[in-house]
Design a protein around this ligand. Structure first.
Ligand code: 5GP
Length: 212
């Protein structure tokens, strides 16, 4: 099926600096019927709060490398210069088969690769209200060392700088309730575009005895 016909489900990319609240906003999108998450593969260590297969599939460098060699990733990248993260192609196939909108929570490098391969994908960037607030959120999570926080803040600067290149929408996450409404409104509006509704309109028109 072709995106032009309006029958291909959405591929939604959500990115934003670590601490911008993007995971919460991704959950807001996934609360909408007709969506499914893309679960990434990563070589980073599992945190105590995470279970394998839910947030990520945690794999060794060797397993990750084998998947790269077999061409199984839609995109993959080395994030914070330390660990590899990737989106398997199988989620894309599954979302098309099931007719569900696929939601990818990935970084800017990944967004660039997906946009290149799937120009019809839509990318949303989540911005924190300020540098101070981002740092406060990262510290209050209590999960990263000072060095890691500095690395995440430096990456935030680079990601915000790259924002204009790949992203179609920008949500400022000052207040999570209103940012949540904004991301859901974006998805709702995308589902109503004429391209996505073309098949439905043709069916309706045929019932009127008309032709496109
Ligand atoms: P964390 O280690 O904090 O869970 O994630 C670190 C960064 O990796 C986040 O910016 C997250 O969006 C990004 N990330 C997670 N999964 C993927 C993926 O499959 N591909 C890419 N390119 N980035 C990912």
């Amino acid at each position: 099926m072709n995106a032009e016909t309006g029958s291909v489900p959405l591929v939604l990319i959500v990115s934003g600096p670590s601490g911008s609240g993007k995971s919460t906003l991704v959950q807001k999108i996934l609360e909408m019927p007709g969506t499914m998450p893309s679960i990434s593969w990563t070589t980073r260590q599992r945190r105590a709060t995470e279970s394998s297969g839910k947030c990520y599939h945690f794999v060794s460098e060797a397993e990750f490398g084998a998947m790269v060699a077999r061409g199984e990733f839609l995109e993959y990248a080395r994030v914070f210069g330390k660990h590899s993260y990737g989106t398997p192609k199988k989620w894309l196939e599954e979302s098309r088969k099931r007719g569900l909108d696929l939601v990818l929570e990935i970084d800017v490098q990944g967004a660039a690769q997906v946009k290149e391969k799937l120009p019809e994908s839509v990318a949303i960037f989540i911005l924190p209200p300020s540098l101070e607030e981002l740092e406060r959120r990262l510290r209050s999570r209590g999960q990263d060392s000072d060095e890691e926080i500095a690395r995440r803040l430096a990456k935030a600067r680079d990601e915000i700088a790259a924002f204009g290149k790949y992203y179609d929408f920008c949500v400022l996450n000052e207040d999570v309730e209103s940012a949540g409404r904004e991301v859901q409104a974006i998805v709702t509006a995308l589902r109503c575009t004429s391209a996505r509704r073309r098949d439905r309109v043709q069916e309706l028109l045929a019932s009127f005895g008309g032709k496109v």
